[in-house]
Design a binder for this molecule. Structure first.
Ligand SMILES: Cc1ncc(COP(=O)(O)O)c(C=O)c1O
Length: 387
């Protein structure tokens, strides 16, 4: 069994974003990668590639596409043909390509806010309108949850070329259920809005939760969906930049691939090999242990905040290693991100980057050892109580 309490020293690599962006005395709990080593089978695969000595150009092989298709079958009984799988240089480039191909200045991109900051960058990068579909915040004691307002959903989605779904949702940790996904799909199809589903966190399920890809709901729905998946979050290899767009609809796929080719988006060979091993099933025991560790981290964190910082509200994520904390009822005036950076020496993610409703909130990454998580929470708690 993997010991997730033991962490490699990440400050040794001067290019690690998470650990070098802030001064040495700051504990980084921001960007979404974990502090754990990747699973052994992936490291062995990469070592073999290095030992061979030649790192030439490589193309996504048919066997890799078969591995991806087989994983969808094994996880969800979703039968996709290997030719439906298109390799992409990550999920942000994957949805940016979709936006280039299928959105326009007249038909923008609809997103459920607060949501992953890169979703908000598409409008700036591509000059297409962003259409916000705010999720409705619910409060029960100190626990936050978010719901879809279906009237707002339909009103906004019908103006869009693309509905960019984040499922499981970053930063809220929601796994949308089948009934919700079905209703989203029906509305999008009725208004001819393409669904692009970012499912990068789909294998990071906490506490026995289950996940269904929206495209798996029916063969009809599948024709209107581009599904984006990657091994990067699950197996902690985001720096290798390899993901996949699954596009069963041939016409959509051809348009998508044409855009990928126009931009010359070639995936690195090490990324392709790592993805093949990640999705082969060889890392599944590691993943089972990881999910247990992350679930325990989530529960520890929820208990800690409830006991020591009762004025702080938080989500209980069903997936991801990210939690959303609301400080609007505390004595912090202004940005809690800035407050904690200065007074607690902890770097979290600023809530406002996820949308306007994120003011007064932060996102915290608990994909680390329990000891570091506790150290971070102790620092936040001390700073909060020093006001
Ligand atoms: C929802 C979501 N999509 C995409 C990404 C990044 O994907 P990539 O690094 O493959 O571009 C992240 C990273 O945090 C994410 O949370």
């Amino acid at each position: 069994m993997t010991n997730f309490d033991l962490l490699p020293d990440r400050r040794k690599n001067i290019m690690f974003t998470k650990w070098t962006a802030y001064p040495q005395d700051v504990l980084p709990m921001w960007v979404a990668d974990m502090d754990f080593s990747a699973p052994k089978p992936i490291l062995v695969t990469l070592q073999k590639q290095i030992e061979h000595g030649v790192l030439g150009y490589e193309m996504p092989a048919q066997t890799l596409k078969e591995t991806v298709a087989a994983r969808m079958d094994a996880l969800y009984a979703w039968k996709v043909k290997p030719e439906a799988v298109v390799a992409v240089t990550g999920i942000v480039s994957g949805f940016s390509v979709a936006a280039r191909a299928f959105a326009s200045p007249k038909k923008g991109i609809a997103i459920q806010t607060p949501v992953y900051n890169e979703f908000h960058e598409v409008k700036n990068n591509l000059g297409i309108p962003q259409i916000d579909i705010p999720l409705t915040k619910k409060i029960n004691d100190n626990i936050l949850s978010y719901e879809i307002d279906w009237d707002v959903f339909e009103k906004q989605v019908k103006q869009a070329g693309i509905f960019l779904l984040c499922n499981p949702h970053n930063p809220l940790g929601i796994i949308f259920n089948k009934a919700e996904l079905m209703r989203m799909a029906e509305i999008c199809i009725r208004h001819k809005t393409l669904i692009v589903s970012d499912e990068i966190h789909s294998e990071l399920l906490l506490g026995g939760n289950k996940f269904t890809p929206i495209a798996k709901l029916s063969r009809e729905i599948e024709k209107h969906v581009i599904t984006l998946i990657a091994p990067s979050k699950t197996f902690n290899i985001p720096g290798l930049f390899c993901g996949f767009a699954i596009i069963p609809n041939k016409a959509l796929r051809e348009r998508y691939e044409a855009e990928v080719n126009k931009l010359r988006l070639h995936v690195s060979s090490l990324g392709l090999h790592a993805a093949n091993t990640a999705f082969s099933g060889k890392c599944d025991l590691w993943l089972r242990d990881l999910k247990k560790y992350l679930t325990d981290n989530r529960d520890f964190l929820t208990g800690y905040v409830t006991e020591h910082m009762p004025a702080v509200r938080l989500t209980i994520p069903d997936a991801t290693y990210l939690v959303w904390l609301d400080f609007t009822q505390t004595d912090i005036h202004g940005s809690p991100y800035e407050f904690f950076l200065k007074n607690a020496k902890v770097a979290v993610s600023e809530g406002k980057i996820f949308g306007k409703a994120g003011a007064g909130h932060i996102r915290l990454n608990f994909g680390t050892s329990r000891a570091l998580l506790k150290r971070g929470l102790d620092r936040l708690n001390k700073a909060l109580h020093s006001i």
